[in-house]
Structure formats: C-alpha cells, structure tokens
Design a protein around this ligand. Structure first.
Ligand code: DGJ
Length: 561
C-alpha cells in the first residue's frame, strides 16, 4: 500500500485529501530540479522548492583531482561556504573520442554530499580564459578536423574557432553526456545546483576569428534575429551596424551562439540552471592616452563583457545568467559592474572574486543589489593561493554570519525586503529607507557623542538590514552601528516617536529564530553596534508612539514638535 493510500484509510476523507495535497506539493518541490524564478525585477535560484543564497567558494584550476580533494574540504569549511565551484575538465571527461569517464565528477558529488555542500560544476570545454587549454588531446592535435581561430595576420591561435561545426558538435556531445550522467547520478538529490558553461570565453590573440568559415560568416552580415532584437533596421552588415566595433560584436555573436547551443544540448538532457562567467573589460589605467582596453589583448574578445551583454542575451537564450568575475579593489568599478549585470533579464551572481580585503564590502553590496550568490576564487589548501589552514579571518567572518540564515536571507531578498549599506571613503554614515522607517548606519568605532562617526581604515564597513515583519528587522554588519528613526517627513507630520521594544541577539536555526540574549542599555542606546571579530545578528522590534494622543505636544514642556 502506498503512503497516500494508507493516509486515506486512517484519516477522515477531507483531512486525508488536504494532507495528501500538502505531501504531494512538498514532494514536487523536492523533485523539481534547481531553477530560476523571477519576481518582478528580482530573481531567486530555487533549490528544493526554496530560494537559495549561494555562499560559494571556487577551488583552484587543478584541484578537482582525487589527490587534491582532501585539501579543498577543510578550506571550504573554514570559509563557511555552502557551495563548492569545481572544474570538470573536458580532457579528462572524454580522453578518447566518444569514450566518457565520469569518475572525477562522481567523486566531486560524493565529496560535496559528505561535506554537506552543494556543487556548481564548471565546464572547462572549448574555452578556458579565452584559450583552448582544456580540450582533449584528440581535439588539440587535429587542427584540420577541429579548426582554430586565425588572427588578422594569419597566426593560428590556441583558441578553437566558434565558426566550426565540428568544434561545436564535439563540445555539445561531451557536454550533453555530462548532463545525462548528472541526471542519473544526482537528478533526485540536487547536490549539483548549477553549471558554468565554458570558462571566461572569448579569444585571446585576435579581435575576431579570420578563419575562412568565419570570414564567410562575417561577410554574410548580421543574422536577422539579432538585427531585429537589437532594433537595427536596415543594418545588414556588421560594419554598418557597429562601425569600429564590428569585429568585436561579430566575435560576441559567434561565441554566444556556439555556447548557447552547447548549453541547449545539455539542458535537453537535464535542465539545470546554466551561466557563463565573464573576464570583464577593466579600464586601462596604465597610460592616460589609452582610452579603452583592447579586445583580444586585455580581455578575451567576444566574451559576455559589459558591452556585449545585449548580444549574448539574444544569441544564447539557454544561458540563464552572465556572471562577472571581479578582480579589483576598485569599489566604484564594482558598483558599475553590478549595475551592468543586475538586470531584469539577468540574475546577479559573482562567480569569482579575489581573496582580498574587498571581499566583505563587495559581498554586502552585491546582496543589496539582489545577488543570488557570491564566491571567492582559489579556496583550497593546495598551497597555490592559501597555505594549509590559513584562511584569513577577514574572508571567513562574513559567510560565518550569513550562512546560518542563508534560507531566510534568500527569501527576504527575493521578496525585496533586504537592503545593505556599504561604506565609501569620506561618507561614514548612510541611510537605508524602509517606508516610514530609516535605518541609520554609522561606520567605524569609537563613535563619540556629538561627532561624526570616524569611518574605518579601509572604508569597508558594512551593514545588512532586512524587514521580517511590520516594524521588525534582522540586522547585522561589520564595523558599523545601526539605529532606527521614523523618516523626517513622516515623524514630523505625525509627531511620532520610535522606540525599541526588543533587540534580541541570536541566530536562525533551520529557519527559526532563536534568541541567545537581549541587548539593552549601552548595547542599544547608541545604535546596535557590530564590531570586527564580534559577529552578531540582532532581531529588533520597534514601535512608534503617536504623541498627539497624549494631548497637544506644544502645550507640554519638552515635547515641542
Ligand atoms: C579567472 C579564471 O576564470 C579562473 O579559472 C582562474 O584562472 C583565475 N582567473 C585566476 O586568477
């Protein structure tokens, strides 16, 4: 007898039906593969029926090996990551044409399960950092069958030509086999929650491919779907539409179209969320008269860089998101990049960032912009980026605070209830607005009465405030104090005063709030203080007193409006 039949037998008919429906919907949520959902302009990565906040960590390029895996797990634990991003090497997956080996992939999945982590697999296929270094030997050594890009000067590059149908067919086949295997090995457990298709695609060494096939395609002009979607009526040639950028935009279309088809072949087997990471275009600071970085030299030409996002969105619809890798301490640039990639048609995800002091500041800023996840690169104890058991605390502290409440934060962010404030140099105070309530965030300590807050040495103070109910907020931060007030216009108009009812320090356990102690007195009178190295989360309940109910304020001393 099935569990449903058994329930129907022992319960009253109405109750049994309701329970069966609940059971079925829970089961359905569990069985649905990870996917993206959109709520207006906001996005969520749904895993097992709930929004998931991906607190990730990417291991080094050569760390997905049996011998190195033991050195990755402790680093991930020290960071408090909930997801590991790990490469799958095409050269290992298909060592001979048509012969597939899934041992590396299975080992990663089983290891992730054992360490209570989710897994994002990175498909190192046709592209890895704008080159072809992970294609199998049988591809690398047969340039006739598997053609390369050719530069304008006729040089054969270590980049596969995206104009070649053989290259595409070979990558599609391998990627589809990988996804078929994942469906059978992990289709019910959902350890693997997302796939990165290729790695920092585009070409290093040329702006566009000049192979005979590519030249033919360039001469054939802009594909109709692209011209129509980008509203380029009457522009049939690449040059008439894009002028001096024609070669680069052509490269973007070729690359995106190829990768979109690889992703599509994978999704036909198992429709996991799929994204492409981006070697972005950084400004050139080296020489003042260089006004822009050059495609194919300073970044791989044709990848999903800022200026190519629109082309990629049209040419690769099977790719759910384009995620910028960010390797700079320039916070203004980070804000620009977030602005470029956080779009109604593109969930924000930072798949790679440096192991630097900017990590916490950028993480909070991205969360405030609705990010579904964030991940530093090079997190393992192989010695390449970190010495054994020496993960600096400035990297661990933020995930340590956020990880226990990852589900709650993911849902609040999807609902548009989560905001953050991040310090910028010279601005030690920021205000976050929640309707009639302001959260006033002051950075740096000590904070003396009657003085502006000092700010922090590295301008990296940060705070997170999320509205969990009417006049109720979850608050945390680093090097920041947070106090609440009624907004000027509202408070003055209504003569309202805001008070704290309770400020409870604690944490979420399996989605339920647990109070550890109540903050009051010095711990609340000058805002909720969050110091470096003293991680805390506070759930605060406020109320307002409408002073006019006590009589006209102007009649009573001390209560002048
Ligand atoms: C970005 C790439 O995507 C990674 O695989 C790795 O090569 C890092 N750069 C190294 O900084």
């Amino acid at each position: 007898m099935s569990s449903m039949d058994y329930l129907a037998r022992i319960l009253k008919p109405g109750t049994a039906l309701a329970l069966a429906a609940l059971f079925a919907s829970l089961l359905n949520a569990q069985n649905t593969a990870p996917h993206f959902e959109r709520n207006g302009d906001r996005h969520a990565l749904i895993v097992d029926g709930k929004p998931f906040l991906l607190l990730g960590a990417q291991i080094n390029n050569s760390s997905s090996w049996e011998g190195t895996l033991p050195q990755i797990w402790p680093a991930l634990a020290d960071l408090h990551a909930n997801t590991v991003e790990a490469p799958v090497y095409w050269e290992r997956l298909e060592p001979a044409k048509g012969q597939f080996e899934f041992g590396d992939v299975d080992r990663l999945i089983l290891g992730a399960r054992e360490h209570n982590l989710h897994l994002v697999l990175l498909w190192f296929g046709t592209w890895k950092n704008g080159q072809n270094h992970y294609v199998p030997e049988w591809v690398k050594s047969d340039v006739k069958q598997y053609p390369r890009e050719i530069s304008a000067r006729g040089k054969l590059l270590d980049v596969m030509s995206p104009s070649s149908s053989n290259n595409l067919a070979a990558d599609k086949q391998a990627f589809a086999m990988l996804l078929r295997h994942l469906k059978s090995f992990d289709g019910t457990q959902h350890t693997v929650i997302m796939i990165q298709v290729e790695n920092e695609s585009g070409a290093i060494g040329t702006i566009r491919d000049h192979s005979p096939d590519a030249d033919k395609q360039f001469a054939a002009g802009i594909p109709a779907e692209l011209a129509q979607s980008l509203h380029l009526p009457g522009k049939s040639s690449w040059t008439s539409a894009f002028g001096a950028d024609a070669d680069e935009r052509f490269a973007a279309y070729q690359t995106a179209h190829y990768i979109g088809q690889v992703a599509g072949a994978g999704k036909a087997e198992y429709a996991l969320p799929m994204y492409c990471n981006v070697w972005i275009t950084y400004p050139v600071h080296a020489l003042e008269n260089r006004d822009r970085a050059s495609a194919g030299q300073e970044y791989p030409s044709g990848g999903p860089q800022q200026a190519n996002i629109n082309i990629w969105k049209v040419a690769a619809p099977a790719i759910d998101l384009l995620g910028p890798d960010f390797y700079s301490d320039d916070f203004s640039l980070f804000k620009e990049v977030v602005h470029d990639y956080a779009r109604p048609d593109n969930p924000l995800f930072i798949p790679e960032t440096a192991l630097s002091k900017s990590f916490g500041r950028d993480l909070y800023y991205a969360l405030g912009a609705g990010a579904i996840g964030f991940s530093p690169f090079g997190v393992d104890y192989t010695g390449w980026t970190l010495k054994a058991h020496q993960l600096p605390n400035f990297l661990a502290q933020d995930f340590a605070i956020l990880a226990p409440m990852e589900d709650v934060l993911a849902q609040l962010n999807f609902d548009g209830k989560l905001q953050t404030a991040v310090e910028t140099p010279g601005e030690p105070r920021k205000i976050i607005h929640f309707g009639d309530i302001d959260a006033v965030v002051s950075f740096g300590f000590p904070q003396h009465d009657g003085e502006q807050p000092p700010g922090t040495h590295d301008a990296d103070g940060r705070a997170l405030v999320a509205e969990t109910g009417p006049m109720e907020f979850v608050v945390t931060g680093v090097d920041a104090s947070i106090s609440f007030r009624v907004t000027k216009t509202f408070g003055d108009a209504h003569n309202e005063q805001l008070e704290i009812l309770t400020a409870n320090q604690g944490q979420y356990k399996q989605g339920r709030w647990q109070t550890e102690r109540i903050w009051n007195g010095d711990q609340t009178d000058r805002g909720l203080n969050f110091h470096q190295d003293q991680p805390a989360v506070v759930r605060i309940r406020l109320h307002t007193i409408p002073l006019h109910v006590l009589g006209s304020a102007s009649n009573r001393p001390g209560l002048q409006p």
